[in-house]
Design a protein around this ligand. Structure first.
Ligand code: SAM
Length: 283
């Protein structure tokens, strides 16, 4: 019996292939080619332009680390902004915090939201119906330029810097985001896999150093983002969030009252310990 495989060619000299046990959806949205397929190892997989965005099996690592680290480091985050995040996984994790009063999610592609609701409901787990969520269909860069609101935590859950996601890696976008953060607010960004996409991290860190008094990054390994740990950019006008000690994170996590499959307070603190080759990418 012949097998079908999807090959992700995100990098010039390296590709990864995933077996398609069943193609559940394959269509072009207004912005991107969207596929959802079943895979024996990872469950349902969402790709945009044949680049893996999220999988049923390993999305918990990515979503938990981009939400709970900044929200618990902040300690009193009430207003959260998600840029991108169309599959709803980021909103799902942010809304687990009862202390979060409002989440604004700005996604450029309504198609991703609609398909994810239908084909990947395990990703959002009802987040789109939560009254604390406002979904805005717009370019995240345009929203950031125009918003007068301030946010305690901004999470950039973007595609890679090709196609519609490119604007979310520009100094202009980061500058507008810095303006939209509260005094002790924290921005976190998906910054690719530094072993494969080192420039992405270097460029974001250079921009963050110019904009924030506290600029850094933290890491976690996500199986389908191949090539070693992924980097998450971290920027804040205050060092308070990153300096938070383990006992405080433990107390805040206990008060939040839920369990995670990847995140815990020890992982939170350890994630900021960077390997030498990653440190060298930070100017
Ligand atoms: N973590 C994934 C990765 O790196 O493979 C990406 C997750 S996916 C939820 C990213 C989302 O960002 C997609 O739904 C895409 O439509 C959205 N996106 C891309 N460019 C955008 C833009 N300029 N404004 C808002 N959303 C955007």
């Amino acid at each position: 019996m012949s097998e079908t495989w999807i090959t992700e060619k995100l990098h010039a000299h390296y590709a990864q292939s995933l077996r398609v046990d069943e193609m559940l959806y394959d269509s072009k949205t207004e912005h991107q080619r969207l596929k959802v397929f079943q895979n024996g190892q990872f469950g349902r997989i969402l790709t945009l332009d044949d680049v893996v965005q999220t999988t049923e099996g390993d999305n918990f690592i990515y979503h938990e680390m981009l939400t709970h680290v900044p929200i618990l480091a902040h300690g009193n985050a009430k207003r959260v902004l998600i840029i991108g995040g169309g599959d709803g996984g980021m909103a799902r994790e942010a809304l687990r915090h009862q202390s979060v009063e409002h989440v604004t999610m700005v996604e450029i592609d309504a198609g991703v939201v609609d398909f994810s609701k239908e084909y990947l409901p395990m990703l959002s787990q009802g987040a789109f119906d939560d009254p604390r969520l406002t979904l805005v269909i717009n370019d995240g860069a345009a929203f950031m330029r125009d918003t007068q609101d301030k946010f305690d935590v901004i999470i950039v859950d973007s595609t890679d810097p090709i196609g519609p996601g490119e604007v979310l890696f520009t100094d202009t976008f980061y500058g507008h985001a810095a303006r939209a953060l509260t005094e002790e607010g924290i921005i976190v960004t998906q910054n690719g896999v530094p072993f494969m996409q080192g420039d992405e991290l270097t460029n974001t860190m250079r921009a963050f150093q110019a904009l924030f008094s506290d600029a850094s990054c933290y890491i976690a390994s996500i199986p389908t983002y191949a090539g070693g740990p992924m980097a998450f950019g971290w920027g804040s006008h205050s060092a308070k969030g990153r300096d938070v000690d383990l006992a405080t994170v433990q107390a805040r996590f206990a008060a939040a009252g839920f369990e995670c499959d990847y995140y815990n307070p020890e992982i939170h603190k350890a994630a900021f310990a960077l390997p030498g080759y990653v440190k060298k990418l930070i100017p």
